[in-house]
Design a protein around this ligand. Structure first.
Ligand SMILES: Nc1ncnc2c1ncn2[C@@H]1O[C@H](COP(=O)(O)OP(=O)(O)OP(=O)(O)O)[C@@H](O)[C@H]1O
Length: 548
């Protein structure tokens, strides 16, 4: 196909295929190819190709320079060099074949509309869209690279894009895009571009991915989309990182004290990834008995152990194509750690009792509130597994180190738990009480405190006096179980039962020095049930762990 190759400052910038029909070049937005240059007329020149000949028609009234001579109208020779302000366009009768989609006369290819430039200092973002999934990259600094390689600021898993595909630099309200010699090219509309300046609200295509440059929406809004509230710089940075690393398949380890939101981060990673329409399978390694954990992870064949009456898929197979969230990964027994490592390295798993392995495509996100490196020094966690899980480490700071998030989180939980139709508010005194507390159980504890205050409040608002904190487990002297008359009046039977259940469990935990195995045995409840209760009540801090 014939084509026009555009150069600026001696560099090839873009190619436009010339189909049959008329293509108008000019400064005005109505032109088929828009060239931002004050020396160019709104509609400067038209090219008409009839399949064999290409005829140029000057529309500027001043004549268009073709190979150094002004031309009003005439046939273009192969290699004719058209001067257009600071641009040059060379006509090639036989294109290089790289322009696989032409710029047609009736399909406006607005290469560089002059409108909607970003104001200096205006925050901008890039919306990365792949099919039904999308995520936001909020650039920091003046430039970023896009590609498959994890060293890029925007990492995209797309089989048609190169390791380092393109580079974007902000330049005077525009985005200067340079294709880094990618194999499959960078496209603006139907046109392959090599270097181009684009304004806001422009969409580039790389492989099967679209990059939309747009004004920044508040990150808080984006974070909220994944259920993560928080506007402290550490949380914004974390969300930024989540959005950057989500599209790759690299293993992510989320560190943080219990209740800081690790599972929420894992869900955000999944939601921002290209796997978002596939399952996210969470598995709590601490809540499953040692006997069952292998089968929960890898599945089992029928009859492989007593009680295995049917074959069953494990979490790895369930998560095939999606994400496996391994919560409390530090609790995994050593023999299972070896099997997990093998599965991660080979991409294959073997069901319990199976003779053959099966291939799985799973992205693993692990979370822990333990110092896994310290655990590996003590021989409790395999160091090689640590490095395999921790390709990208993310750390959630405890709530006491991001006090700016306490009020928005508390208000969020009030909205979540308030009776339908009631707009309950926290008074200043209540907010102050919340602000001055240490939050050993982090956001989960804040959630519980707010929920309790909402249930037990005396007035329409939640006041300082309605706030009560969880008893500091471990330091509270062992006490006998309370009598029912000590329970506050006006709460439902279900709430009373929950409260009583909690007190019984706490009491038992105290007596057994926090050993959950013993508590589960004494109260005849499954370890997983006990763990779930403790988690719901924010009682799973590391300092409350079983002394193993
Ligand atoms: N930033 C946040 N915004 C909104 N809700 C949050 C946030 N962080 C945590 N939560 C809420 O707090 C509770 C605990 O969060 P989550 O289960 O993700 O913590 P975790 O770190 O995984 O805890 P654990 O280590 O005990 O498993 C959940 O109800 C979660 O929705």
């Amino acid at each position: 196909m014939p084509e026009l190759v555009f150069f600026r400052r001696g560099e090839e910038v873009l190619r436009v295929g010339l189909e049959h029909g008329r293509v108008v070049l000019g400064r005005g937005e109505q032109s088929d190819v828009v060239l931002p240059d004050p020396d160019i007329s709104r509609r400067h020149v038209a090219l008409q190709h009839d399949g064999t000949r290409c005829v140029l028609e000057d529309l500027s009234g001043r004549g268009t320079l073709v190979s150094g001579k002004p031309m009003a109208q005439g046939e273009l020779a192969d290699g004719a060099d058209i001067t257009l302000g600071q641009w040059r366009a060379v006509f090639r009768q036989r294109g290089s074949g790289e322009t696989d989609s032409p710029t047609g006369a009736h399909r406006s290819t607005a290469l560089q509309p002059m409108t909607r430039q970003a104001e200096p200092g205006q925050s901008v973002q890039v919306r990365v869209k792949q099919g039904s999934t999308e995520f936001i990259h909020a650039p920091r600094g003046e430039g970023f690279t896009v590609g498959k390689d994890p060293s890029c600021e925007v990492v995209i898993q797309d089989r048609f894009i190169s390791g380092r595909h393109l580079k974007v630099t902000r330049r005077e309200g525009l985005f200067h895009v340079v294709d880094l010699s990618s194999t499959n090219g960078t496209f603006l509309g139907p046109t392959r571009v090599f270097e181009v300046e684009i304004p806001l609200n422009t969409c580039l295509r790389v492989g099967e991915t679209e990059l939309l440059f747009e004004p920044r929406t508040a990150l808080q809004g984006e974070a909220k989309r994944h259920g993560l509230i928080g506007d402290e710089p550490c949380i914004r940075q974390l969300m930024d990182l989540v959005e950057r690393v989500a599209p790759s398949s690299a293993a992510v380890a989320v560190f943080g004290e219990s209740g800081t939101g690790k599972e929420l981060v894992a869900r955000a990673l999944h939601a921002c990834s290209t796997r978002a329409d596939q399952p996210l399978i969470p598995l709590n390694c601490a809540a499953i008995s040692r006997e069952l954990i292998e089968s929960e992870l890898f599945g089992h064949e029928r009859g492989s152990f007593t009680g295995a009456q049917t074959a069953r898929k494990g979490a790895f197979e369930e998560a095939d194509g999606g994400t496996l969230f391994l919560d409390e990964v530090g609790e995994l027994p050593l023999d299972l750690q070896a099997k997990l490592l093998r599965a991660l390295e080979s991409g294959e798993i073997k069901r319990v009792g199976a003779s053959r392995p099966v291939h799985v495509d799973v992205r693993v996100v692990a979370a822990t509130n333990r110092d896994l490196l310290a655990a590996s020094r003590e021989g409790k966690f395999r160091e090689d597994l640590y490095y395999r899980l921790c390709v990208i480490p993310l750390t959630l700071p405890p709530l006491r180190n991001r006090r700016g998030d306490i009020a928005p989180l508390a208000e969020h939980f009030v909205r979540t738990y308030a009776p339908r139709g009631q707009a309950v508010k926290l008074t200043q005194a209540a907010l102050e009480r919340l602000q001055h507390y240490a939050w050993p159980g982090n956001v989960r504890e804040l959630r519980n405190v707010v929920h309790r205050a909402l249930l037990l409040r005396k007035g329409a608002m939640i006041d300082g006096g309605d706030i009560s904190f969880e008893p500091d487990f471990g330091r509270e002297p062992a006490s006998a179980l309370p009598s029912l008359t000590e329970l506050p009046p006006g709460i439902t039977l279900e709430q009373m039962m929950t409260r009583l259940e909690r007190q019984i469990i706490e009491h038992s935990l105290r007596r057994h020095g926090g050993n959950r195995e013993k508590v589960a045995k004494e109260l005849s409840v499954a370890r997983s049930t006990l763990f779930k209760r403790l988690k719901d009540w924010g009682l799973t801090r590391e300092d409350r762990e079983d002394p193993e």
